[in-house]
Design a protein around this ligand. Structure first.
Ligand code: RP5
Ligand code: MG
Ligand code: MG
Length: 279
């Protein structure tokens, strides 16, 4: 697979910390590189020991590569290596050790709900793309507050949480602002989206995410699932409202020229091809 790009972004997100420069040919741990000296950085927010973060290694030795109490420390990509008590990023060097903004040593599990519908004109007819002559998919996208990039409204899997719950919860929080809704409003929207999320979703990706927050010892992994509103009258009618870590929310046309967070564009390519849509 191609070497991760975003996990080697020069300046670490939310900081002034510069990564040690890693060229494409040095990413692989198997490539000998005695001069490699990554910068050590763990964000102050993580060191403050919030509930979602592990303590520093030393005072703490988690059960790597296994289900550690309710925290799943297994990788979707198989067993990862431990070096000096710390897990090694299975996709290679990132120029930074420690955890950066990530709470867990090793894999940090997320889930990404890709909610789609067909683009329609004012009379309800499917819109065909002028170049490809294929119908155009639209997906619910959020603008992330941390970096301003457009993304799938995904989020972290809470300890013990089922992925199917994470998918629905994160979609509700970020795209429907459920955290700010009154209990009765929340119940109403939950009813409507539960139907869509209970339908068989199409799993389009499971594994490592090329996320700018990744480090040599902590990285993002996700399960991305597509929930498609074929008729356009289920979730398509819900009023979108950005919430939690989303600044804006919108239906966006799926197209290969989009610029999205992490490797989210790759997930959408799979959705478009699977559904025979314009790409
Ligand atoms: C990405 O970060 C995942 O694909 C997911 O979309 C997201 C989860 O992190 P937060 O949105 O909770 O910051 O790697
Ligand atoms: Mg969230
Ligand atoms: Mg999120």
């Amino acid at each position: 697979p191609a070497a991760p790009v975003k996990a080697r972004c020069p300046v670490y997100p939310g900081s002034d910390t510069h990564r040690f420069l890693v060229s494409d040919d040095k990413v692989d741990w198997d490539t000998d590189w005695p001069q490699y000296s990554p910068v050590n950085y763990t964000a102050p927010t993580v060191l403050k020991k919030p509930v979602w973060a592990d303590p520093e290694i030393g005072a703490f030795s988690p059960q790597f590569n296994s289900l550690d109490g309710s925290v799943d420390r297994r990788s979707h990509e198989g067993p990862y290596h431990i070096q000096n008590g710390k897990p090694l990023n299975p996709h290679g060097r990132t120029g930074l050790e420690g955890r950066g903004l990530l709470g867990r040593w090793g894999p940090n599990h997320a889930a990404d709900p890709i909610v789609t519908r067909w683009k329609r004109d004012s009379t309800g007819q499917l819109v065909l793309h002028t170049n490809s002559q294929l119908p155009v998919l639209q997906f619910v996208s959020i603008k992330r507050l941390d970096c301003g990039e457009w993304a799938i409204p995904g989020g972290m899997v809470d300890p013990g949480e089922r992925i199917s719950q994470t998918l629905q919860r994160e979609f509700s929080e970020e795209a429907l602002n459920s955290l700010q809704a009154s209990p009765s409003e929340r119940e109403e929207t939950q009813k409507r989206i539960t139907e869509l999320f209970d339908s068989a979703g199409l799993q389009v990706y499971k594994g490592y995410v090329d996320d700018p927050r990744n480090t040599d010892n902590a990285w993002m992994e996700t399960v991305a699932v597509n929930f498609h509103d074929e008729s356009g009258n289920s979730v398509s009618e819900l009023p979108l409202q950005a919430g939690d870590d989303a600044g804006q929310v919108s239906w966006i046309d799926v197209d290969s020229s989009l610029d999205l967070y992490a490797n989210h564009l790759h997930f959408l390519e799979t959705v478009a091809k699977e559904r025979n849509a314009h790409w």
